[in-house]
Design a protein. Structure first.
Ligand code: SF4
Ligand code: F3S
Ligand code: FES
Length: 246
């Protein structure tokens, strides 16, 4: 057992960091230490968690400024003399301590039109190629931790962009459906005009923080951008738009 210095955000949006000396045992993760703080020094510390296995996406926080799951952040990965600062996700309003209001993400999820099979298509009519199955499976690993949404600079420091930009998690959903061979809806125009795909300048920060190692930028955002560009620069689409067909 050793003692470590923790700085933890306390209060709402106007809160502040509080310093604690806390016991740490071998094999523990940051969430264990937060639980020890609750048990010994700060019974009212608000922290969201559920599975403690990196699978529910509840314990998203920022540790030393980096968006991470508290239950997957091993204490052994910090330097012995390094103090550890735990703050709530910066992109979303703080409710209290480490708990944020992430309802922005649920609003964005609702805006994406659901899977749209071609008219008359019956269950069992269609067989998917393995490559298409694998693409969807990669995106479906998402645990909705919203760390990618938190880190993306388009909304992290720009509240004013939130209305126009859905964020990487939801552009990935649009890409999944756009690239799905049995989805009949054309999602290119709405991805660009309503979900704000053009705001993404492929910095890849979203991919770097994803605990499921989903290649959000390379496998979802860039292919979706390519499809949008194909549509924009297709001379037939251009002509159709000029004569009011599309
Ligand atoms: Fe979290 Fe990755 Fe899903 Fe984003 S894509 S919400 S980082 S699991
Ligand atoms: Fe943001 Fe990811 Fe694009 S971090 S800018 S959505 S590549
Ligand atoms: Fe479920 Fe951390 S508690 S992902």
């Amino acid at each position: 057992m050793t003692k470590r210095t923790f700085h933890v955000w306390r209060g709402g949006g106007e809160g502040d960091l509080a310093e604690y000396e806390v016991e740490v045992n071998e094999g523990e993760v940051v969430l264990d230490v937060l639980h020890r703080l609750q048990a010994t020094q700060t019974p009212d510390l608000a922290v969201r968690w559920n599975c403690k296995a990196g699978k529910c996406g509840s314990c998203s926080v920022e540790i030393n400024g980096r968006p991470r799951l508290a239950c997957m952040a091993r204490m052994s990965t910090f330097q012995p003399d390094e103090s550890i600062t735990v703050t709530p996700m910066r992109t979303f309003p703080v409710i209290r301590d480490l708990v944020c209001d992430v309802s922005f993400n649920y609003q964005k999820a609702r805006e994406i039109p659901s899977f749209t099979p071609p008219e008359g298509s019956e269950p069992g009519d269609f067989r998917m190629a393995q490559a298409d199955v694998q693409r969807s499976q990669e995106f479906r690993k998402c645990i909705e931790c919203f760390l990618c949404q938190d880190v993306c600079h388009v909304i992290r420091d720009h509240e004013e962009n939130k209305e126009a930009f859905s964020g990487p998690r939801f552009l990935m959903r649009a890409a999944e459906l756009e690239l799905h061979p049995e989805d009949a809806a054309d999602r290119r125009k709405i991805s660009q005009e309503e979900f704000g795909l053009g705001y993404c300048n492929i910095t890849k920060c979203c991919t770097e923080v994803c605990p499921e190692n989903i290649k959000i930028t390379d496998n979802a955002l860039i292919p979706l951008k390519e499809r949008v560009a194909d549509r924009q620069y297709d001379p037939l689409v251009w002509l159709g738009s000029k004569i009011g067909l599309r």
